[in-house]
Structures are given as structure tokens and as C-alpha cells.
Design a protein around this ligand. Sequence first.
Ligand code: G6P
Length: 471
Amino acid sequence: MTHHQKGRLVVVSNRVGPLTDEGKAGGLAVGLADALKRRGGLWFGWSGETSEEGTFSEEKTEVFGGTAMTTIDMTEEELEGFYHGYANRSLWPLLHYRLDLVQFDRQSDRVYRSVNQRFAARLAPLVTDDDLVWVHDYHFFYLGSDLRRCGYKGRLGFFLHIPFASPEIFMALPGAHDLVHSMLAYDLIGFQTRQDRRNFVNFCIHELGGHKLPGDRIEVGGRIVQASVFPIGIDAEGFARFAVSPEAGEHEEMLRDLARGRLQIVGVDRLDYSKGLVERLLGFERLLEDFPDNRGGVNFLQIAPLSRSELDAYIDLRAELEGLAGRLNGRFATLDWTPIQIMTTGFTRRALAGIYRAARVCMVTPLRDGMNLVAKEFVAAQDPTDPGVLILSRFAGARAELMDALIVNPYATDEVARALQRALTMPLAERQERHQAMREKVFHGTAAHWCESFLTALESAEPEARLPADA
Ligand code: G6P
């Protein structure tokens, strides 16, 4: 980089760390750890712990190389209202187009806003106006405007890792106008896909009376904000190296031994209703029904680490999945073959890379997903001379780049079954060709590239830009 970097990078997100590559972290942490390791700075967020009011005034700071991680606790009430409540019972289902699962509750709305305020107030003394403050994800929509109210005048960016729903859906949120209005405090707002950006811009235009300006900018009530698309990526080279590590090799071999010549299908997702796990199992069942040659010849392994497991929607989903897998196994199993294995155990990223490499097919079939980094990691982990096939939902953000996957509508069971059959029988030359095309995308649009593009745009944004009063 030739331009000089004035301030530090200050990242704010609900979950902080790990900065080590062994983490079982979700997509957000994987992308950010990479970025901070390269730039240095401060990562600020929740400690993952609760404590009584009054005792939580203490911050915890750990330093790794050039990066400090500073976290604060929440109270039990905050955890319930902010994290379980508004973030994961209201916003998460809403932004994933699941109005059937959305619960609105004014108490959790209040707690969500007050947690945003409290985090902003705790962050304010730790930043200077020369820093670049970059806020992440749906936990902290209001934090930017709260930080401004605390007096911060430097550059302020926001990136939404999950989808931004179309205004038709988004308008169901009580206080939708307030929320989007508060987002205008950010100088730059990043989205995963053009569709997410379009949904946001349309909301600003049709609901808040805004206008498009040249570039990626929009103007709402005199305030000018840039809204752009930055598809998140992975550390592709790092992950490809994981795939040939001894730990990966052990897992690859274990899985191949277990499969005894059968073709392996894998899925790796947090156990979440947005991931289309039930539909995926039904697609696999349809494969066994409609293409019976596969009976006894394929193994389906679903790795599904538990998350948010206190919430009813997640408890119900787990029971449904386990019931379905049990039913399918009961129906098709033979003495020497169990078609489906579901595990809630998490694996290290090296182990996962080995598992991906042992798989002939990877199913990434969410009903809605911001990006989905499993799709990219699967591609990066493959042996280019004998690569596996990616089946990818048309509703995953990754679809915009990974068009050479087998694209499916995850709701269409027959289509999923046909894609599975096609993947399992795909000739080597076609597998190589598709993999090569996807590999180029994954190795080009890396986490580092994502981070640098966002920060370059943020550095050139004008803080708190407004239209001249006489315009
Ligand atoms: C998604 C979200 C992240 C979140 C992760 C894990 O990737 O975009 O913000 O951290 O899921 O969910 P959890 O609720 O366990 O943090």
C-alpha cells in the first residue's frame, strides 16, 4: 500500500475473536481475524459472559501481536433481550425472510437499543477521530449513531454479514424506519450482494424519501451515505494449506476408510433453520427413491454444530432433523450401511478441510444466506486433479460468484435429487473444469481483498457528509 494509514482499524462485533486459525468460529470471525492480523488495531465486543450490573464495569483486554481484543460483559437481562431476543428472535428470522418465525417484543427492542448505546459509550473513550471504526452485523445497527452522539467524528463504516430483506418483508419490523434511519450515521454501508444493497436502497427511497446520487451514494434528508457491495471471502491459500496438513490428512483418511469405496456427500452448517437442513435431507431421501442405484453406494454426513440452542425455533429444528434422519435411516439402512450420519460436534478448521477433501459432493443449500463461506472453503480444500462437486442454493450470496457450482432451488426436492445424481455421476473432466472456474473466484475474492476494498472505500468516504444547505 502506498497511501499512508493514519489511524488504527477498530472493529466492533458481538463475538470477538479468536485470532488463531484453530477457531471453530463462524464466517464473521474467520473473515475478520484475517483482516486484523494484517492491519493491527482494536477489536471490541462482547466477552461471551454475563455478570451482575455494577461489576461489569471492567473491560478485559488481550493483546495478540498488533491487535488488542477488548470485551465487556452483559447482564443476564441484556443477554436475553439483546442476543436471544431482538437479535435472534426478531432480526435474524426477519432478515432471512422467515416472518413465520419472527417474534417482536417491545422489551427486547428496548434492551437491544440500550445495549447498542452502552457498547458505544464504552467504545467512545477508546477511539480517536483518526481511527477507522468498522461495525459488524445485525447486532449493532444502532451503534454508529450512538457513537456519533458520544462525539466520535472520524470515519464510520458498517458491514452487514447477513441478507438485507426486501422492503416488503423488512417493513414488518416495528420501528423499521427508526432502525434504517439510524444506519444513516454510517459513512459507508457494505452488503454481501447486489440484491441486499438494492433492498436497502429501495427502503431508503420508498420508505424514507431518499434519492440516488452518482457513484454508490444515496441522499436521505440531506445526509449522504455510500452503500456498496463487498462480497466476503476466505483466506484461500491458508485454507488450501490446511487441506494438506497432517490433521486434515488424518480426517480425510478416516472418512475414506469409513466410506469403504462409497461416495461421500457432506454438509457443514450451524444447526440453523436458514440453512435448509430439512429440505436437504428430503432431497437426499428423494435421491434414494428415484435413483435407487445409489442405495448402499453413498454416505451422507451432516456436521451441524449447535448454536442459539436456548431458542425454541432451534430446539424444534433439532428435534425435526433428528426425527427425519432417524426415519430415513430406518427406512433405507441395511446391515452394513447407514445412509445418514448427523453430528453436532464441531471440528477444527484443519479437520474440516480434510473432511471436504474426502467428499465427492458438498451440499450448501440454505433457504437464505448472506454469503456462506463453507461453499468457498470446500472449493479451496479440493485436490484440483480429483475435485468434488459443489451443490449450491440459488439463495446463498455465494451464488453470485460460484456460478459454476450446480445451482439448485433448495425447496424443489426433485431438483435437489437430480443435482445430487448429476454430481455423483459427473465425469472427471467436468468436475475439474467447474472446480477450476470456482477456484479462481475463491482465490481472487479473498478475505484480505474484502477487507482492503471496504477499508479503501471507507478511507475515501467523507465523514458525516451532508448536502450543502442551499442544494
Ligand atoms: C452468522 C452471523 C454472525 C454470528 C454467527 C454465529 O455468521 O453473521 O454474526 O456470529 O452467525 O452465530 P452466534 O449467534 O453463535 O454468534
